[in-house]
Structures are given as C-alpha cells and as structure tokens.
Write a protein that binds this ligand. Structure first.
Ligand SMILES: Cc1cc2nc3c(=O)[nH]c(=O)nc-3n(C[C@H](O)[C@H](O)[C@H](O)COP(=O)(O)OP(=O)(O)OC[C@H]3O[C@@H](n4cnc5c(N)ncnc54)[C@H](O)[C@@H]3O)c2cc1C
Length: 384
C-alpha cells in the first residue's frame, strides 16, 4: 500500500461516482438519510477500516481512514452520514473488556450492528461537558438513566450508542474530571421498552441529528465501559483521532470547492475573456488552495504523531481548526466565483457550503481549540 493510499482513494472515488450530485441534492431536499451510500461503503468494508483484523475489520491505520474520508468529501459526497461508524467504536476498542470487544466489534465490522450514535452534548452544558446532567444510578446489576442529550447524530440509524452520564454527583467526585461514566446502550431495546425517545432536529443541512430523552432507561451493568467514574478520560482519549478524521474531511471539501471554482473560472467567459483571467477571481481561489495545503500538512503531521504513539493533541486540534477554516475559505471562493449560479441547488455548491460550515462548530468549536493551544501549548493561564 502506498503511503498516500492511492489505490484506496481510487476505489473510493469509483464507489462515490455511483452517488453523484443529484443523489445528494434529492436526499438534502427531503432530509433523508443516504442509506444506499452507507450500505455501499459498508459492503465494501470501508467502515470497518479501523477495526483490528482479529475482530473482522481491515486493521488499517488512522491515516488510511483519513484518506477514505477525504476522498468521500473530495468526490462531493457527505461523510457526515458514515464517519461515526468508523470511529465511535474506538471507545469500546480502547477501553472495553475483552468480552465487550468480542461481542460487539465483529458485528460492527460487518455492519450487522450500527454503532454511530455518540451521546455527549446536552442542552444546558454544551461544550462544558463536565457539567452534564444526565444521571446513571446503579441499581443491582443495572444502571437507571435519566436525562437528555442534544445533537445526537444518526441516532435513528444506529443500534447502539456510546453514552456519557454522571454516576457520582459532581460535589462528591474525587476530582473535577471524575464521576462520569461511559456506557454502551442498546438503543433498539430501550426504544422498545419506551424508556428512550428520539426527536429529530431540523437543521440547515442533511445530518440526521436528534435530541434524545432517557426516562428510567435500564442498562445492564455489564455495559459499563471500563471503570465507573473514568468516562471523561475515555471520551477525551478518542478526540484526537476524531479531530484528525474531521480535518481530513475538510481537506476533501476544500479540494472539491477549489476544483469546481478553478474549472468554472477557466470556462465562464465574460467581457470576451474567461473570468479566471481576472486576478480578482484568481486570488481568492489561489489563497484558499494555499490555506488547504498548509492545513493538509498539519493533518499529515498529526496523523504521523498519532500513529507513532506520540501525543498528537496540539496537531490534531490545530489541523481540525485550520482545515475547517480552509474548507470554508474554499467554499466562499467557490460561491463567489460562480456568481448567481453558486446559489442554484443543481450546482451542488450551496449544499457543500452548508455542510462544511458545521466543522467550525462540531465536534469542537474553534474557540475551544484556540483555548487548548493558548493554555496547553503556550502555557497561558486557564480561562475556565
Ligand atoms: C449538526 C450537529 C451535529 C452534532 N453531532 C453531535 C453528536 O453526534 N454527539 C454529540 O455529543 N454532540 C454533537 N454535536 C454537538 C457539538 O459537538 C456542539 O454543538 C459543539 O461542541 C458546541 O457546543 P454547543 O453547541 O453547546 O455550544 P456552546 O458550548 O453553547 O458554545 C456556544 C459558543 O460559545 C463559545 N464558547 C463557549 N465557551 C467558551 C469559552 N470559555 N471561551 C470562548 N468561547 C466559548 C463556543 O466556542 C461556541 O462558539 C453536534 C452539533 C451539531 C450542530
């Protein structure tokens, strides 16, 4: 396998060719989940890229998953519908028991079980995760969960959910970051029992995101992942991988916008010459390209550090921020280059423009990344 995964990228591009712009526009119009696309990626094995071979996955490194997601975005598709099936299982893989791994991962690898719901954010805590209010109370060999999650994406298209809930009241926890625990929730079972309900949220792009309510939901104690009270640490440990993968998606988006903009600038003739002959049109595209390449270098640096087992926190955060800003700059240049046509749904630019905007806010907003860099890299005083 070549270092830049040329063969994988070519295969992903071929698969994506069966899902052109009109497919995504039709789904976007009625906010329908792209089930056919998800099924095709699953059958081809891409969603099991990060699951070790012993559990039926491809056992590929993070950089291969990044190449897959980048290519999906570069081809104009929307990886937001599938990326979580690739990496949410990481919490089970890293912190689950042998029994949990053997029970769930092979089925996640085949797609028989969809594990792509990740319940962390809540209405009143948001970015301030340690203030979350969903409570899991131990009752014999079960936990009883009450509370609410917000923005739990793909919940309607998932069998399992990774849930972060408070198991020890904040004032009785051993430290600021203790007292939260991670559970693997069988959503189908809880839905059938009527103890979990899902409400879709209508959003500016097609993202299948929801609000979830827990009403005395019972989870077997065996579904606790790792040690009780250590959940915040487990969730944090997966964040660098997630940030690098989202950054790779943004790089793919930026490349899609830049190709589209530069091609149009060469073809559209006004005042007797291609609009791309005007530097006012060229420069924003060229600047976006430079921004994208710089961000791409940092994504590669982050992936290399991650795969070497080094702390990739600074690079993963900065790569995510810069890549999300680069894709936005590229989207902005692409719309502007297309003039009025940029707003027409059939050109597909406005859809990608809406989709790529998310990544400056989720899974972590730019301000929180700057705060990380200021405090953890530059050693400035903590702000919260
Ligand atoms: C479409 C979509 C899908 C999502 N999917 C999921 C999911 O599957 N699972 C999940 O758990 N979450 C999900 N999220 C939630 C996402 O991770 C959060 O929206 C994000 O972390 C920001 O939290 P918030 O929306 O509560 O904003 P808030 O925390 O309320 O912050 C609002 C603004 O204030 C800024 N801010 C807050 N505190 C500070 C500070 N101390 N200094 C400077 N600025 C600050 C933030 O940067 C932000 O810009 C999703 C969100 C969206 C929109």
């Amino acid at each position: 396998m070549s270092h830049d995964y040329t063969a994988i990228r070519e295969e992903v591009a071929k698969l994506c060719a069966a899902f052109p712009g009109p497919y995504w526009q039709a789904k976007d119009k009625v906010r329908e989940y792209p089930s056919e696309f998800v099924a095709a990626l699953g059958e081809a094995g891409y969603l099991a890229a990060l699951i070790p071979e012993e559990y039926g996955g491809a056992g590929l490194p993070l950089s291969a998953a990044a190449a897959i997601l980048e290519e999906i975005q570069r081809q104009g598709c929307n990886g937001g519908a599938v990326h979580a099936q690739m990496y949410v299982m990481g919490t089970v893989l890293r912190h689950g028991s042998e029994e949990q791994k053997a029970r769930y991962l092979p089925k996640v690898a085949t797609g028989e079980l969809r594990l792509q719901a990740f319940g962390v954010t809540e209405p009143t805590s948001g970015t301030d995760t340690l203030s979350l209010k969903t409570v899991a109370r131990k009752d014999g060999d079960e936990y009883i969960v009450n509370g609410q999650k917000l923005w739990t994406s793909r919940a309607e298209h998932s069998d399992l959910m990774i849930l972060l809930a408070r198991t020890t009241p904040r004032d009785r926890a051993a430290s600021r970051t203790e007292g939260l625990s991670v559970f693997l929730v069988d959503m189908k079972e809880a839905l059938a029992a009527g103890t979990l309900s899902i409400r879709p949220i209508d959003t500016m792009m097609n993202h299948a995101t929801t609000e979830i309510f827990f009403d005395n939901m019972r989870i077997p104690a065996a579904n606790l992942i790792g040690e009780e009270g250590k959940g915040f640490r487990y969730i944090l440990s997966g964040m660098n991988a997630e940030r690098l993968l989202i950054a790779a998606e943004c790089i793919g988006d930026a490349k899609w916008f830049i190709d589209k903009a530069s091609n149009y600038a060469k073809e559209r003739v006004l005042f007797g010459r291609p609009i791309g002959q005007n530097q006012g049109v060229q420069f924003p595209i060229a600047r976006a390209y430079a921004q994208m390449r710089a961000a791409e270098l940092l994504v590669h640096e982050g992936l290399a550090r991650y795969e070497a087992g080094d702390n990739a926190g600074a690079e993963a955060n900065m790569a995510k921020m810069l890549a999300a800003e680069a894709s936005w700059a590229a989207g902005e240049a692409c719309i502007q280059t297309h003039g009025g046509f940029g707003f027409a749904a059939e050109y597909d630019i406005e859809r990608k423009f809406r989709e790529t905007r998310l990544y400056q806010v989720a899974p972590i907003s730019t301000n929180m990344i700057l705060s990380y860099v200021a405090e953890h890299v530059l050693g400035m005083p903590r702000s919260y």
